[in-house]
Write a protein that binds this ligand. Structure first.
Ligand code: CO
Length: 652
């Protein structure tokens, strides 16, 4: 046992003598836990049954909000994000709440103007948020300035994050070494941080690296140090223990059902490991067991279909091999799979460090992990031997312009020049604090959305998520019908499904063939065109996975070629859904959501001119005209989800 951890008494009861320096613990189950394991689909109604019990444990804080929850709640769950915060506060009254704030990116994916940032922090504090765990994907703390001023003004706790990233297998190298992090910690102290978080989003922190770092930090800063380390690579529990030996103040854990895989270490083994030491948490393990039982019995069955059980192993050693977050890797795999290009995964692994270096060796965390990931896939799929960066995403252009902040090392000048060619804000990158070049946004947003946004909370949903936010507000105020795909599933539904699966496995499902099953509320109608005949077909999804994504257009048949936006008209017979015999069809190069058409029917376009913006994997891609002509046959509108190969328009 280390000299820093001293055994005092071995006593199982919760009234055991208090430790001299108990480790404080933040529970992440209600935010990062389900964000990692269940695609952030946790619903408020499934948090309420354990909220009061969690409040009784003695956690330093409960992480309940921020990160991706704001996005998924309004987009996929038909839940008002602000309402969740207020509701949970009514059940957990004692323990402070913590949120993950992406600094000037707030809870979205780009830097917002200062007026939006101030309003957002103000409203979050007013709605009940106590601790603002703040990070910037580039560790550029100029992006903290506006939100920190408002956090302090609201009288709340400012926790400053250092995004932990590596370029080598272990801490060190030219960029991300111990000096780098010590320097960052001092910057945070100077900004008035109330605590510092080592934010290891990829689970790359090795036990002895963190031991050395915590020791070094403790020697130069006096505010509490907090470790956030994902389990992904399997090192996190060991890292946590070494951090505790080095004197860390606070660590993050999840309740067991929300722990491990790409999530966090579980709380229960840690409590037992520290029992009777001078760092004993003092937690009552039986209370934790009670929470687990409720989660296992009443909550988890509704989410198990979202758990990625494609692998038996709960550890992802790719993280150790590629120094990239597990979530990012699974996004890449999904993206490739959707484009029928999974066989290119090794090319992607090879290209990824090159793209990262080209883009300034940036940390890989939301949104930079998506920026690097999507650009990498674009390069692998669209580049030719004589041209790299053929299809540059809007976000990479913004990064090259300086809109995200200062990169750890300079961006490759060739890539930067190419990205900024014709960039609307200008071809010379900025060096100032990014938000300084952003015009105020709230007034403009208010004018756009009108009285559909009733208050500031509504307006902040719309400002950060103009397309899906507007859809949500229409559901919220009864202006459009709430689709079945965003409605919750019930335990009865899960039980019925489980029974069916059991029967199917036992080969007893034959008997059901004679009955016509009742239509569920998830039934959807499709128009099917065969030559000149037309059928209306009702489809009711069955099996294990309820539809959770927005309804997809059945656009092009599976036989449609995988064409890049610049591809010539498909040589194959035109799909039945696209009767246009003439002209060049612009096909969706990847599945995604239409952000907007930049051209209308009848507009003339020249080859290479942007026609529409398609969002895929949260990145916006401007798709350009493959030839000169006039735009025709636009079948989609802003907010529509399209499949790969869907005919976006015809240019004739
Ligand atoms: Co995390």
């Amino acid at each position: 046992m280390s000299d820093n951890v001293v055994m005092t008494a071995m006593n199982y009861d919760s009234d055991r003598p208090p430790a001299s320096n108990p480790v404080k613990i933040m529970d992440l189950s209600l935010r990062d836990g389900h964000q990692c394991l269940f695609a952030t689909r946790g619903r408020t109604e499934d948090m309420i049954p354990v909220a009061e019990l969690l409040d009784e444990v003695g956690f330093w804080a409960l992480e309940t909000w921020g990160g991706a929850t704001f996005d998924t709640m309004h987009r996929f769950l038909n839940e008002d994000p602000w309402e969740r915060l207020r509701t949970l506060k009514r059940y957990a009254k004692k323990t402070p709440f913590s949120m993950l704030l992406r600094a000037q990116n707030l809870v979205g994916y780009r830097n917002y103007a200062d007026d939006v940032a101030v309003a957002f922090v103000d409203r979050a504090a007013e709605n009940g948020m106590d601790i603002f765990r703040t990070f910037d994907a580039l560790n550029d703390y100029r992006n903290f300035e506006t939100v920190v001023k408002q956090i302090k003004k609201s009288g709340k706790h400012f926790q400053g994050c250092m995004c932990y990233t590596l370029t080598e297998p272990r801490l060190g190298g030219e960029v991300y070494n111990l000096d780098y992090y010590i320097g960052k910690a001092k910057e945070l102290v100077d900004m008035g941080a109330d605590s510092i978080c080592i934010k290891d989003m990829a689970g790359m922190s090795a036990p002895y690296d963190i031991y050395a770092m915590v020791k070094a930090l403790k020697a130069v800063v006096t505010i509490p140090i907090h470790l956030h380390s994902h389990f992904t690579s399997g090192m996190a529990p060991m890292t946590q223990l070494k951090a505790i030996e080095a004197g860390i103040d606070i660590v993050d854990t999840c309740m067991t059902p929300y722990a491990y895989r790409s999530s966090h270490p579980a709380v229960e083994p840690l409590v037992m490991s520290l029992l009777g030491t001078n760092r004993d948490t003092g937690f009552d393990i039986r209370k934790l067991a009670e929470i687990n039982e409720i989660l296992e019995r009443d909550v988890m069955p509704k989410y198990k279909h979202l758990l990625d059980d494609s692998k038996v192993s709960i550890i992802d050693i790719n993280v150790l091999l590629h120094q990239t977050p597990g979530g990012m890797l699974s996004n890449l795999v999904n993206q490739l799979r959707e484009m029928d290009s999974l066989h290119r995964i090794n090319d992607v692994y090879k290209e990824l460090p090159r793209v990262r270096r080209d883009l300034g060796q940036i940390p890989l965390v939301t949104p930079t992990s998506q920026i690097v990931g999507v650009q990498t896939v674009n390069n692998v799929l669209h580049d030719t031997p004589d041209e790299r960066y053929k299809m540059i995403t809007g976000q990479v252009k913004d990064l090259c312009y300086g809109l995200y902040g200062k990169t750890a090392v300079p961006i490759d000048t060739e890539v930067q020049k190419k990205a900024l060619k014709g960039y609307p804000r200008g071809e010379t990158p900025i060096t100032c604090r990014p938000a300084e070049v952003l015009e105020p946004e709230l007034e403009k947003a208010k004018a756009e959305i009108g009285d559909l946004a009733v208050d500031m909370d509504d307006l902040l949903i719309y400002t950060q998520f103009p397309v899906t936010g507007k859809k949500f507000l229409e559901w919220k105020y009864g202006r459009s019908e709430v689709p079945a795909s965003v409605k919750p599933i019930t335990m009865e539904f899960v039980k019925k499904q489980d029974a069916l699966v059991k029967k199917a496995l036992a080969g007893e499902l034959v008997e059901r063939k004679s009955e016509t099953p009742a239509k569920s509320e998830r039934v959807r109608t499709f128009n099917v065109f065969l030559d000149n005949e037309y059928f209306s077909v009702e489809v009711d999804p069955t099996g294990e996975s309820p539809v959770i994504s927005a309804p997809r257009m059945v656009a092009a048949p599976a036989s449609a070629p995988a064409a890049a936006p610049k591809a010539a008209p498909a040589a194959a017979a035109p799909p039945p859904a696209a009767p246009e015999a003439h002209g060049t069809r612009m096909l969706a190069p990847m599945p995604g959501m239409i952000i907007k058409y930049l051209k209308n029917v009848g507009d003339a376009v020249t080859k290479g001119e942007a026609v529409l913006v398609l969002e895929a994997m949260k990145m916006e891609n401007a798709l350009v005209a493959p030839c000169d002509g006039v735009v025709k046959g636009i079948k989609f509108k802003s907010g529509d989800t399209v499949a790969k190969g869907a005919v976006l328009c015809v240019i004739e």
